[in-house]
Design a protein around this ligand. Structure first.
Ligand SMILES: Cc1cc2nc3c(=O)[nH]c(=O)nc-3n(C[C@H](O)[C@H](O)[C@H](O)COP(=O)(O)O)c2cc1C
Length: 194
């Protein structure tokens, strides 16, 4: 593959609608490659500042109940509709991954958290690009409820860990056009010493 072809893969990735995403998701073998791509993210100090947690199909109801707990934590009197939406959310995307940040504090390392966060971000992009190259659509989501303490605890994250986002992978009939992207000349300039 040449650079132009690689850029074409990168440019043609767009996020899918979760409503339209359907099975199959990546196979076990394909998942191994996706995770290998994540592991190749640049990682200053080799701190391993992220990990990937897969939510299996048979745990989706339990995830739904975690979403419910999170909603109940943030809203005093949630509507039935909000609770139903929370439960349904857990069933979207044939393969559902959680990107977890495993951050090291400044007492342990001189590498700041923002660098570790960037490292996790590059792992995220590596994963969705490899999935895209395999013909899978993806959607990255977060949402307020996912940041609740109940959710953190229910996912089994430790104190130095943070929920970063969900990654849903599956098939779509039609990909969505890219929108809102910067033109290369808008984001690229040359420094002029003052
Ligand atoms: C960490 C992260 C979390 C995101 N969370 C959400 C979300 O909760 N809901 C949403 O609609 N889009 C979310 N997005 C944005 C979409 O996944 C998507 O990237 C954006 O709509 C741009 O579309 P594109 O990927 O097709 O360029 C998130 C993106 C990132 C990187």
């Amino acid at each position: 593959m040449n650079a132009q072809q690689l850029v074409e893969i990168i440019r043609s990735r767009t996020s899918a609608s979760l409503k339209q995403m359907k099975a199959p998701g990546p196979s076990r073998e394909e998942m191994k490659l996706i995770v290998e791509a994540a592991a190749a993210a640049p990682d200053h100090g080799h701190l391993h500042p992220f990990r990937i947690l897969e939510i299996p199909t048979d745990a989706r109801n339990d995830l739904g109940e975690l979403f419910v707990k999170a909603v109940e934590e943030t809203q005093a009197t949630p509507t039935e509709e909000a609770l139903t939406r929370a439960r349904e959310k857990a069933h979207k995307g044939p393969v559902l991954l959680v990107l977890v940040g495993c951050f090291h504090g400044s007492d342990e390392t001189r590498i700041p958290k923002y660098e570790q966060m960037l490292s996790a971000g590059t792992a995220l992009q590596n994963m969705v690009l490899v999935a895209h190259a395999m013909g899978y659509a993806s959607r990255i989501t977060s949402g307020d409820s996912a940041r609740s303490p109940a959710f953190h605890k229910g996912l089994g994250l430790s104190e130095n860990e943070e929920f970063l986002c969900f990654i849903s992978l599956g098939k779509v009939d039609e990909t969505r056009p890219a929108k809102g992207r910067q033109e290369p000349q808008e984001l690229h300039s040359t420094w002029m010493p003052m």
